[in-house]
Ligand binder design. Structure first.
Ligand code: HGY
Ligand code: MN
Ligand code: MN
Length: 411
């Protein structure tokens, strides 16, 4: 089975999957618990069944294909099937398709492997719909409660709980299917940045994944006539939001390589001649040091305290995601590096500034990530591109890594 055959199969699947998209012609939008997600899940289920895997849709909305080995312990490989709004056709889904290809290659080399293997298409890794994220990993490891999923709401006020019900899942059982059998997690993913392309490397061996904190900030002001209410009597929610948001970027610059942004913001009543009564926005803070993330967040809260005190206003801060920075497993990295050397694939080590499913698993069990170059370093936009040949190379490296793990059983 050579590289070109794998490249062709991966390219075809990724092309087919772009059909399951809410914004055709404007990038890919495939939110969790939507019709697009259901259609993509059906397609992936067929791909996995064609490999002879036992396939199921689990209660987190993930698609899981299983190959029974000599022991029930499971080695899991995969990535996410959901996307951001108007995103690219590779983020997450390219890793899913490449992992399916890696398992196809594995099946050609090991009819009855030692471990059991699962390829997984996880759900709601992005958190784009509910401003949370890493959903399947948190469900599989028992990190979400019914109360949590009732609290995460989308722009229409629908909670994860209600979206699960509408999708045909059992939200009441959210913490009842915790997996104890997973021994390692391997994820293939596009880099989503410019490093591999700049350094002209085919494979990235990820050393660590940044920690992430997301929170929904609600600032409560008072609606007034924008022409008649004197400035000293106003309670302008937008003025307070603007003051605190303006400081977020420069604060992150004080703690390199920290990053911080506000990606979404809503205003009520959002009318040109009414002083805003309420502003909601989400923060996304990241870096490799958890203490720095916490420090940036504390400084934001102090800004909110002082601004709201000055204008006798109030605010709420609700954490929607916290995930620790994670170091990935050296032994798995060695298998990846050995495979790159054996195959003559150029490679380098790097840090992931993007969050990934692997970091939820990696906090509790051995995990590793294989990156492939993003053309122009672009991602989370319609221009996101990766060469399917790079993905085929990653499928070979991922397969080699799984075979080395299966035969040496050293983690
Ligand atoms: O937000 C991220 O870093 C990832 O794309 N979920
Ligand atoms: Mn991703
Ligand atoms: Mn993403």
């Amino acid at each position: 089975m050579d590289l070109q055959e794998s490249r062709q199969r991966i390219a075809q699947a990724l092309n087919d999957l772009t059909a399951f998209n809410a914004t055709p012609g404007q990038g890919v939008t495939r939110f969790p618990f939507t019709e697009e997600a259901r259609q993509a899940s059906r397609y992936l289920k067929k791909l996995m069944e064609d490999l002879g895997l036992q396939v199921r849709l689990d209660n987190s909305g993930a698609v899981i294909g299983r190959l029974e080995g000599q022991v029930p312990e499971t080695i899991m490989t995969g990535s996410h099937l959901d996307s951001v709004q108007n995103g690219g056709a590779y983020d997450g889904i390219a890793g899913v398709v490449t992992s399916i290809e890696a398992l196809r290659l594995l099946l050609q080399r090991e009819k009855r492997p030692h471990y059991s293997y699962e390829v997984i298409a996880t759900n709601d890794e992005e958190g784009s719909r509910f401003s949370s994220g890493l959903f399947t990993g948190k469900v599989l490891l028992g990190q979400l409660s019914v109360e949590d999923i009732k609290g995460y709401k989308d722009a229409a006020g629908i909670s994860v709980y209600e979206a699960m019900q509408a999708y045909g899942l059992q939200p009441e059982e959210i913490d009842q299917h915790v997996r104890e059998d997973i021994r390692a997690f391997l994820e293939v993913h596009i880099e989503q940045g410019p490093i591999l392309e700049m350094e002209q490397k085919s494979i990235g061996i990820v050393d660590a994944i940044v920690g992430m904190k997301r929170a929904l900030i609600t600032i409560n002001g008072r609606a007034d006539h924008s022409g008649t209410m004197p400035m000293q009597l106003r309670k302008d929610a937008m003025e307070v939001a603007a003051k605190v948001i303006a400081k977020i970027g420069d604060r992150a610059r004080q703690y390199p390589p920290a990053v911080a942004t506000v990606g979404n913001l809503s205003v009520e009543p959002n009318i040109v001649n009414i002083v805003p009564s309420r502003v909601k926005f989400c923060i996304d803070f990241r870096t490799t040091d958890a203490e720095i993330i916490k420090k940036m967040y504390q400084e934001l809260l102090l800004d909110l305290d002082s601004c709201c005190q000055k204008y006798a206003m109030s605010y709420m801060a609700e954490e929607t995601l916290w995930v620790e920075p994670v170091q990935l497993r050296p032994q798995l990295q060695e298998y990846i590096e050995e495979s790159c050397r054996e195959r003559g694939f150029s490679h380098m080590h790097l840090i992931s500034g993007a969050g990934h499913d692997a970091q939820v698993f990696g906090a509790q069990l051995p995990a590793a990530m294989i990156f492939v170059p993003s053309i122009g370093g672009r991602s989370h936009c319609p221009e996101e591109r990766t060469d399917p040949l790079a993905l085929a190379m990653a499928a070979q490296v991922a397969c080699d890594t799984l075979v080395k793990l299966d035969t040496r059983q050293k983690l």
